[in-house]
Design a binder for this molecule. Structure first.
Ligand code: DAH
Length: 343
């Protein structure tokens, strides 16, 4: 058998030949494994050391180790160089067109009802009201009885109200929050309650079974009708613009006495008469009144000591008037062409 130094020399020149033929990083990785791996020739040389005498062994061992280092350094150097070349070649074929237009990200936006609601709440919070959310599903008492609706009031009719199986109902107005709040808090109370209301009606361009309202009420010692008018006028001028003209008309709601409806001068025709105001020159905006003593009593508040006013309005209606929207059903159809018009 050839001597170990000869074997080392032969292995070296064989490696150098193969190194010259290894052109890609893949070839070089394979070469490295082939020569320096556990089952490779360098490792076999280590086994050959068994046959050497103990005097020869350290010297021969060093020769093999030197060979190992040498091959390793050849592999690593070549790998480094070839990898750089490969990367440059790849970059030369790949390129970025910096003149391409960027990808468009469509920003979401609040629904027009939510936008209007937010404007309403911002104004009322600024006027000292705090926000409470009442239950959508409630009892007959909070929606009707506690609000002084007589037993046979037509609003309780099955045709108007969605009754649930367990004696509950879907609230027909946000006024249900009134007695809940009176039970929970001591006056002075300044509360606005936005939310959904439900009525079992035919769906048309003008009415829906599902809509939004904002209820507000103010209860304290000595609250008068003048306070009601001042707050309504301040609020309406902030939401509709400084110069809004209001009209207070007597009206009937069981939970207020006196009850009123508030109209504003038509925003479209300025009072001349048009389709929007049905040629009256006025738009109905909200219902309001001095809270009925029975309602205060139902909420545990003594009407001999306290008084208050309340009002309620439809947010769809305000939004429709504000933007001149022809059909209330647009709000629930989620047609992007509609929603995109409210940035
Ligand atoms: N709840 C009434 C409705 O849905 C609106 C309303 C009228 C609320 C008069 C009030 C009020 O607080 O005082 O039509």
């Amino acid at each position: 058998m050839a001597s170990l130094p000869t074997m080392i020399g032969e292995l070296r020149s064989q490696f150098m030949r193969e190194l010259n033929e290894a052109l890609t990083s893949k070839d070089l990785e394979a070469l490295k494994v082939k020569y320096l791996g556990k089952k490779g020739p360098v490792q076999s040389l280590m086994h050959e050391l068994r046959h050497a005498t103990s005097e020869e062994r350290p010297q021969l061992g060093k020769l093999i180790n030197d060979l190992k280092e040498e091959l390793l350094s050849h592999c690593d150097h070549s790998l480094h160089r070839v990898k750089l070349q490969e990367q440059n070649a790849r970059l030369a074929t790949e390129w970025v067109d910096v003149t391409l237009p960027g990808r468009k990200h469509n920003l979401g936006r609040a629904h027009p009802i939510q936008q209007m609601l937010q404007r309403i709440l911002d104004i009322l919070i600024g006027m000292g009201f705090s926000v409470r959310y009442g239950p959508d599903v409630d009892t007959d008492y909070y929606n009707f009885g506690g609000l002084n609706f007589p037993e046979d009031h037509p609003a309780r009719d099955m045709q108007d109200t969605f009754y649930l199986e367990n004696g509950l109902l879907l609230r027909t107005h946000t006024s249900n929050v009134q007695v809940h709040a009176m039970e929970q808090f001591e006056p002075p109370l300044r509360i606005v309650a936005p939310g959904r209301a439900f009525r079992n009606e035919d769906i048309s361009a003008r009415s829906h079974i599902f809509f939004h309202q904002v209820e507000g009420f103010y209860i304290d010692k000595g609250v008068t009708f003048a306070d009601l008018m001042a707050v309504m006028e301040e609020f309406l001028s902030k939401i509709l613009g400084e110069k809004v003209e209001t009209l207070f008309r007597p009206s009937y709601f069981p939970f207020v006495e006196p009850g009123m409806e508030v109209d504003v001068r038509c925003t479209a025709c300025k009072g001349k008469g048009c389709k929007l105001c049905k040629h009256t020159g006025w738009l109905e905006i909200l219902g309001t009144g001095m809270i009925h003593p029975n309602v205060l009593r139902n909420g545990g508040i003594d009407p001999e000591i306290y008084s208050g006013f309340a009002w309620g309005m439809g947010i769809e209606r305000l939004t429709i008037l504000h933007y001149d929207i022809p059909d209330i059903r647009y709000f629930t159809e989620n047609d992007q062409r509609f929603l995109e018009q409210f940035p």
